[in-house]
Design a protein around this ligand. Structure first.
Ligand code: AKG
Length: 307
């Protein structure tokens, strides 16, 4: 296992990360215990995540990448002077969030929701599983990655024991910037309790100011924990953990783990990844993410409550 001292300077959300050994490190690969459910569960409880390096069929992932880059080209995001598969974006493409590219996309649907990946969750959960129909597809151009947050505020209306699967469609160098997770943060409920149970789509209908703002589409709470990964780490302790990913890898984690991503410091390349969600079929599911046209964070997904 490499140590932080062998890592290059890394950046997240516009900040140079502290590269001291006790502040940053690499994700632990759990492929060695991929068939040992008890050990996977033990590691998940302790670390808050599992990183399965090369667990998926690389060619299948690259096939899914091809389907996505063709759609990104059709959406005018790519520079046509280069092969689409290279994912070279037009200048200023920014942070492209396009879940619709996964709809009617057999290669992505097959990869995420049939075969080896759902089978992993079936074994891990020890029962039949359900998954959200909504797939978060990110094609992040040069610039800032994702700020530190937990997933529960976006998807906490059903079970709280579901899991995110973060999957790269291609190799992701440190420069291109993949996911990073904050070690042990899921166990810091003392710091999370006032943040993590808030619902980004809920508002107090008995508070006129909040109700009016909600009607105007203005939301005070975006789900962001902080815009500064250094501040978060200093508060929570632990290390930011990341790695250079390869097509075929995935990382899975629970709703309480603080995570973010490295910035994309390439000149013109897109970092393409998806996050999808899996849970025990016997547990309630968040209705915002289910169905042909899930309401998600649209007006239909908003919920007024008496506070
Ligand atoms: O890909 C990213 O930059 C962020 C991913 C994320 O927040 C998630 O998987 O929940």
């Amino acid at each position: 296992m490499s140590t932080a001292t062998s890592l290059p300077q890394l950046y997240s959300f516009g900040h140079a990360l502290d590269m001291a050994d006790d502040k940053i490190g690499v994700l632990r690969d759990s492929c060695d215990v991929a068939d040992d459910v008890a050990e996977l569960q033990r590691r998940f409880a302790k670390d808050g995540y599992l990183y399965l390096k090369g667990y998926l069929d690389r060619d299948e992932v690259l096939g899914a990448r091809a389907s996505l880059t063709e759609r990104l080209a059709a959406a005018d995001v790519l520079d046509d002077a280069h092969p689409h598969l290279d994912g070279i974006c037009k200048p200023g493409s920014g942070y492209v969030f396009k879940p619709e590219l996964t709809n009617n996309n057999p290669a992505v649907q097959k990869l995420l929701y049939t075969g080896r990946l759902p089978e992993f969750y079936r074994r891990f959960f020890g029962e039949e599983i359900s998954h959200y129909d909504f797939t978060w597809l990110r094609a992040i151009g040069p610039g800032k990655g994702t700020n530190p947050h937990c997933d529960l505020p976006y998807m906490g209306r059903g079970t709280h024991r579901h899991m995110t699967c973060w999957l790269p469609y291609g190799d992701i160098s440190f420069e291109l910037g993949g996911l990073m997770v904050l070690e042990g943060s899921h166990r810091r409920m003392d710091l999370l309790e006032h943040y993590v149970y808030r619902d980004v789509d809920a508002f107090c209908e008995n508070k006129p100011k909040e109700a009016d703002a909600a009607k105007a589409g203005k939301w005070a709470f975006t789900g962001t924990l902080s815009h500064n990964p250094l501040v978060v780490r200093n508060k929570f302790g632990g290390r930011w953990l990341t790695t250079e990913f390869r097509a075929g890898d995935f990382v899975t984690f629970g709703m309480f783990l603080v995570h973010a991503s490295l910035d994309n410091r390439t000149e013109n390349r897109l970092r393409i990844s998806s996050d999808s969600r899996y849970q025990r079929a016997s547990e309630p599911i968040d209705e915002r993410w289910v169905g042909l046209n899930p309401p998600g964070h649209t007006t239909a997904g908003k919920r007024g409550r008496i506070c």
